[in-house]
Ligand binder design. Sequence first.
Ligand code: NAD
Length: 368
Amino acid sequence: MDKKKILILPGDGVGPEAINEVKKIIDFFNKKKILDIEIEEELVGGACIDAFKLPIKDETIEKARKSDAVLLGAVGGPKWDNLPFDQRPEQGLLRLRSDLQLFANLRPAISFDPLVHASSLKSEIIKGLDILIVRELTGGVYFGEPRGIIDLGNGKRKGLNTQVYTTDEIIRVARVAFELAKKRKKILVSVEKSNVMESGKLWREEVEKLGKKEYPEVDLKHMYADNCAMQLIRNPKQFDIILTDNLFGDLLSDAAAMLTGSLGMLPSASLGEINNGNYLSGLYEPVHGSAPDIAGKNIANPIATILSFSMMLFYSFNNKKISQIIDNSVKKVLDGGFRTEDIMDEKSKKVGTKDMGDLIIKEMKKNF
Ligand code: NAD
């Protein structure tokens, strides 16, 4: 693989602990000359507030722009909970997403066989599940104007948000989903509420048009968001990729992720504009937060962060082989009965954060 420069932002709580395990993996591949990755590291979130009184520095945003990809641990914690909204640790993350124009959020929901019992659904419904939700991340009702709380007088008020999408916003995220569908099973379900919302009607029409014109090989279906929520619980394996807007994606990706069990296992990616099949910018991070309740105790599960790095190799660096080796090594360690506390059951062997990282590296080594 060509030389790549990545920016690492460990953040707060369990973020730095989990990131350490990824650094060990990068070190292994660099030393073996299998990858050539240069790392830069910066503060974000609460750690940055403590050092510089702001959740992310302008220089860090610049470094992120110049990097081939960004890996983030997690941000936040009770220490910073009382700060005004615009100065809180999460603002660092929001600024990264908006400044880098990361409009496509990818959330896989993959069931690992040894953990199939961790799901609240029956094993036969979950076993072998491998779906991907592509959520539009920078538009829709969370950003639409006008918005606000308006005083109507007489002690009455009106809360207002606007769901709005343009053709361009729909097409650029739909294109990401179609491109991914081409690399997977060539089936795509686009989700909206075109029965009751004009923005949903436009969404359906634009996705349909793009599919017909540029991706005829992808089998495109449309589904209403409420039906999709039901189908995810009833028969999730009918899906491969779900494309949806910011609001529905927020809800459906959490529901899909939880089909598989633990927060400590879930990676994510947020991607920017596509350029010749490659994504210009990508931010990779676990779905979980900074877990302050378990931080600093060497008990956090590092797998979500390790799988986020694997997604980086797959999506930003087009290195499917090493990405697969990492994913398979995680599976083998789980097959071997090793678990961190969050995914522990009575038959398994409990290991800490560092041991879990070491076990995964030991499995990886068997491939070389
Ligand atoms: P959380 O995801 O940090 O934790 C929820 C529960 O899951 C906790 O019991 C925690 O111990 C457990 N957990 C989370 N990650 C784990 C891991 N890797 N291994 C084992 N157990 C794990 O969510 P929360 O408690 O609601 O939020 C804590 C802080 O994180 C808050 O400040 C919140 O704002 C922030 N947060 C940040 C992000 C992010 O950085 N992307 C996302 C969500 C929450």
